[in-house]
Design a binder for this molecule. Structure first.
Ligand code: MF3
Ligand code: CO
Length: 295
């Protein structure tokens, strides 16, 4: 029996990953290493979550649409844009690229994208009344299904002239994601990524939301692991080549607390009403580090 209950093929049998290669030429060395780490008591995700080469190709096709949709938004967004228009842009972009917006109808979410303005932490619902104005900061969080594969990323947009402290919040949050990416090392820990993100945000005097985090992604929208950004380095699951997940911290200018009482059941705000920012990237862990898939 293996650590995750999956059978191990014989040396000359086909690998479990579907590559068609012999086990000994494919995942056997990796599996042996995983067994050793499991024997040491380290936290490991089941191998069923590790993406195969074919999965990663499929995720890249999906991510190309996701990135393209956000680029499309970036070229058009500005003073006077309504979040309803953003929703229509990304919906049409997906349909024209043989893709489906993953947000649409996800657990009842009514729109194709999340648009979170100023003090909205996440899950803002696009609507025609939300008109972007000079000085706003807005997160556009986009997720795509194409060929059965999921991709997910989000960006901040500064509308016109933005208060320098608000712009610093946006910039520091982006830098925190870069620091998280730099901490992605095969055979390191997910907590290393979390700690790297958290340090950049908190050293700058900001706070990091506890209730929401990143997630595994690929064959499903939200897979294990959950990726919190208030964790300690050297803790959590081991990072293994083939793991695919997002880094998406929500960073608050003021306090850490959030308000989830909006009657629409989705929109999350900062408890103190101060602004908040988020950037999201999707990556796959490789033998040497990571490959960025969506941004
Ligand atoms: N895109 C979000 C994430 O980063 C999830 C949004 S779910 C929705 O995980 F239903 F609000 F769209
Ligand atoms: Co996400």
């Amino acid at each position: 029996m293996t650590y995750d209950g999956l059978p191990n093929p014989g040396r000359n049998d086909e690998c479990w990953c579907g590559s068609g290669k012999k086990y000994k030429k494919c995942h056997r060395d990796l599996d042996e290493r995983l067994e050793e780490l499991a024997a040491q008591g380290l936290e490991l995700l089941p191998r069923s979550l590790l993406k195969t080469a074919a999965d990663i190709e499929g995720i890249k096709v999906s991510a190309e649409v996701n990135v393209g949709a956000l680029d499309y938004v970036a070229e058009r967004i500005g003073v006077g844009t309504t979040t309803e228009e953003i929703d229509q842009w990304v919906y049409n972009y997906c349909i024209e690229h043989d893709a489906i917006p993953a947000d649409l109808n996800y657990e009842g979410f009514p729109k194709s994208v999340c648009t979170s303005i100023n003090e909205v932490v996440c899950h803002g619902i696009p609507c025609s009344e939300d008109v972007l104005k000079e000085g706003d900061i807005v997160n556009v969080d986009m997720s795509t299904i194409k060929g059965g594969y999921f991709s997910d990323s989000s960006r901040m947009f500064c509308i016109g002239e933005v208060d320098p402290e608000w712009r610093r919040l946006v910039d520091v949050t982006r830098e925190s994601v870069q620091a998280g990416l730099a901490a992605v090392k095969p055979w390191g820990f997910l907590g290393d990524v979390s700690a790297a993100v958290n340090k950049v945000a908190t050293d700058a005097g900001f706070t990091v939301v506890r209730e929401f985090g990143g997630h595994g992604i690929g064959l499903e929208f939200h897979e294990d692991p959950w990726v919190g950004f208030n964790e300690e380095a050297g803790t959590g699951p081991v990072l293994v080549p083939g793991m695919c997940f997002t880094i998406e911290p929500m960073v608050n200018m003021g306090g850490q607390d959030i308000d989830m009482s909006d009657p629409n059941g989705w929109t999350v705000r900062t408890a103190d009403g101060l602004p908040t920012a988020q950037w999201e990237v999707q990556l796959v862990v490789t033998e040497t580090g990571y490959e960025l898939l969506s941004w």
